[in-house]
Design a protein around this ligand. Structure first.
Ligand SMILES: NC(=O)c1ccc[n+]([C@@H]2O[C@H](COP(=O)([O-])OP(=O)(O)OC[C@H]3O[C@@H](n4cnc5c(N)ncnc54)[C@H](OP(=O)(O)O)[C@@H]3O)[C@@H](O)[C@H]2O)c1
Length: 361
């Protein structure tokens, strides 16, 4: 039995990954659904399951959203069925792995930009207008943690996600006097078919993936609250965010490139054992690096800039408190390779110091 009979959520990219996990949450919460993707069978199967389990109705729209005016066609089909969309989730998106200059294919990049940017923008344009007229509605746009950092070897993909994040944040301001909210979702690398489809399944980043159901849960809660953005997952993801606000783009690009390089085939047992420690190393490095950046730049700043840096330092301090708290917990629970994490952090900070000293020379 539906609990929100008049409410309908339209989700693009609902046939797998984060989109499918979001669809499950909406169905469980009693929303009728409009599911859009190319995999008709999967969407029909989901619709059947949602009817059996939750009594909600699902309308399936089979569409290749990378086609010209795909969004207009979806909108027309929704109107023809006399449906009103209360929540729009722009989830469908793809990536593409390789060096931009010499390896990636332009036709695939063009299609990626169409799907990730044009369709998302046009879907938002078409459905937002009605939401504003009704003075009610919610939109969730799939950005990414790479919206706020460069991503060598997936350059075009990261650029599309930067667009989505920036676009969303501007809309939030334009809509501030309405009851319509737009939320940007910025997941870190997540365990879906995304990297496989992008040709990046053999990269280091895939060694440490977030759970799509957890990502969807955090996203759903943030969307329902009308939050401007959500970064799902733990402190390491938040540390990345803090670092991306203060570290130079070259430093971030270097770090991200390492993540995107091929996996080292035969990892030793020691290397595997140190993975958790390295994760903490990144977290620690992020906050210390951010602190080092602030300290170095602060000394050379105008009074106006000093106020800005003091504000950033406050944000970093709360991030640092969280990370150090968890490191302490790990120590208490016997994670004895934490000293490796600290030395990793020290190395990164030493590199950061070099970078900043050069920048300020
Ligand atoms: N996984 C990650 O690490 C990660 C991190 C940050 C952000 N994101 C973003 O999260 C979103 C969902 O990705 P995911 O990780 O859940 O990947 P996924 O499992 O590969 O899901 C992608 C979804 O997009 C749909 N899609 C792809 N191309 C399409 C097209 N041309 N027309 C219509 N639908 C299309 C797919 O459906 P069909 O194939 O059935 O058409 C599928 O439902 C994407 O926007 C991605 O950029 C992912």
């Amino acid at each position: 039995m539906t609990t929100k009979e008049s409410k309908t959520a339209l989700i693009t990219g609902a046939s797998s990954g984060i989109g499918q996990e979001l669809a499950k949450l909406f169905a469980k919460d009693g929303y009728n659904l409009v599911l859009v993707a190319r995999s008709t069978d999967v969407l029909n199967e989901l619709g059947g399951r949602f009817w059996d389990e939750y009594g909600v109705e699902t309308t399936v729209i089979t569409k290749d959203l990378s086609e010209e005016d795909a969004a207009q066609d979806v909108y027309n089909q929704v109107k023809a069925k006399n449906l009103s969309v209360d929540v729009l989730v722009n989830d469908a998106g793809v990536g593409l792995y390789g060096l931009f200059a010499t390896e990636t294919d332009w036709e695939r990049e063009k299609s990626l930009i169409h799907l990730n940017v044009l369709t998302t923008t046009q879907m938002t344009k078409l459905f937002l207008k009605e939401m504003v007229e009704r003075n009610e509605g919610k939109i969730l746009n799939l950005a990414s943690l790479v919206s706020i950092t460069p991503m060598p070897l997936m350059a075009v993909y990261a650029a599309t996600k930067a667009y989505i994040y920036n676009f969303t944040q501007s809309l939030i301001n334009e809509l501030k006097d309405t009851n319509v909210s737009v939320t940007a979702l910025l997941p870190n690398a997540t365990d879906t078919d995304f990297f496989n489809k992008a040709g990046a399944s053999n990269t280091k980043v895939t060694e440490n993936l977030d759970n799509p159901a957890n990502v969807a849960k955090d996203a759903y809660n943030a969307l329902m609250k009308g939050a401007p953005k959500v970064i799902p997952g733990g402190l390491v993801n938040k540390a990345y965010e803090v670092m991306s606000y203060v570290a130079p783009q070259e430093t971030m690009a270097g770090m991200m490139r390492k993540n995107m390089e091929p996996k080292v085939e035969a990892q030793t047992a020691d290397e595997k054992g140190n993975k958790a420690a390295l994760t903490w190393g990144i977290g620690l490095a992020a906050v210390v690096l951010a602190g080092a950046a602030i300290a170095l730049v602060y000394a050379n700043s105008s009074e106006y800039d000093k106020v800005r840096y003091r504000y950033k330092a406050g944000k970093i301090k709360s991030g640092a408190d969280d990370v150090y708290g968890d490191v302490k917990d790990s120590l208490l629970s016997g994670l004895n390779s934490i000293k490796d994490a600290v030395s990793t952090a020290k190395e990164v900070v030493a590199k950061a110091k070099e970078t900043f000293t050069e920048a300020l020379a």
